[in-house]
Design a protein around this ligand. Structure first.
Ligand code: SF4
Ligand code: ZN
Ligand code: ZN
Length: 308
């Protein structure tokens, strides 16, 4: 804990933002984070006054923080609406607690909570696929299924936007991950507001994309938001985990590096977008969902498992 005074009201500071050299008391910190999210939403024109926002809520600190902040901001727009969507991937000993915490917070905030499961949607679970040894890591198919599950659930409830809790750390990790996977042009798609590529894909927005993970954790702590803290048992197998460690080490030694990296990539993105060949999406011949080829990734995975 810092012993410096708050840079804004001279109360005792509880948090210092090293990259800006400013300190915050609890209240000023909460206000600053909410204001930052509000500005991000405005700058990128993420939401309109009458949106039905489907918030993807895993039950972790990021998604519950997003839900709390959006629900505060949304009070100013009586014609908008929020529904929380959670996905049960079928990971034993991990997802149950998170779903319980998500349900509790939705109740407290007076929000509708919809839960969809891989079992119901795809007839299998992440645990079951992991046992087959399919794919490089469970995340490689689990992530594909999640995107589809959230889009399906959001479509069902008539949502007009999907808000996800990707933070500054997630975004910088994804950029590096794409580079290390040899997929440089995919960086063009790491955006605060994703392109509307097909009428069946609800537009996704990322209101926390400029907030570092550390500040989200502190916001959750300050607001006594109860979130699941144990990591997914499969998370350590992902390359993303190593990238997270490297970026955190650099940030610790050189505060502000993640921001600089994120902003630098923002500058070159228009050029990357011109180079990237955005193939027009078609509809999967099995499930009818948007895809670049004949068969979507989900159906390819389910075919490999003999589920379809
Ligand atoms: Fe799925 Fe990987 Fe996330 Fe676990 S860490 S829930 S396996 S995407
Ligand atoms: Zn203050
Ligand atoms: Zn399909």
């Amino acid at each position: 804990m810092s012993t410096r005074p708050c840079s804004f009201c001279k109360d005792n500071a509880v948090y210092t933002r090293e990259y800006e050299g400013v300190s915050f008391c609890g209240k000023c910190f909460r206000d600053a984070i909410e204001e930052k999210v509000r500005r991000t939403i405005l700058r990128h024109e993420m939401l309109t006054y009458n949106d039905h926002i489907a918030v993807a809520v895993s039950g972790g600190k990021d998604s519950l923080t997003l839900l709390n902040i959006l629900s505060k901001l949304e009070h100013r727009y009586p014609r908008s609406r929020i529904t929380a969507i959670s996905v049960d991937e079928g990971i034993e000993g991990y997802r149950d607690e998170a779903l319980h915490l998500a349900a509790k917070d939705c109740k407290r905030l007076g929000l509708e909570h919809v839960v969809v499961s891989y079992r119901d949607l795809f007839g299998t679970t992440t645990d079951e696929i992991a046992k087959t040894g399919l794919g490089k890591t469970p995340c490689s198919y689990c992530g594909v299924f999640r995107r589809k599950a959230i889009n399906k659930a959001a479509t069902r409830i008539g949502a007009t936007k999907i808000a996800t809790a990707h933070n500054l750390d997630d975004e910088t990790q994804t950029i590096l991950l794409n580079l290390l996977h040899g997929d440089a042009l995919r960086i063009a798609r790491v955006k605060p507001v994703l392109d509307e590529r097909h009428p069946k894909l609800i537009q996704r927005v990322k209101p926390l994309c400029e907030v570092p993970e550390k500040e989200i954790a502190f916001y959750a702590f300050q607001n006594r938001i109860k979130f699941q803290s144990i990591p997914c048992p499969y998370a350590s197998t992902a390359l993303r985990n190593d990238i997270r460690l490297i970026l955190n080490r650099i940030e610790e030694k050189h505060p502000g590096t993640k921001f600089t990296f994120f902003k630098s990539v923002e500058k070159i993105k228009p050029a990357l977008e011109k180079m990237a060949d955005e193939t027009k999406l078609r509809e999967c011949k099995f499930c009818g969902e948007p895809t670049v080829g004949d068969v979507c990734k989900t159906c390819q995975i389910l075919q490999a498992l003999d589920v379809v």
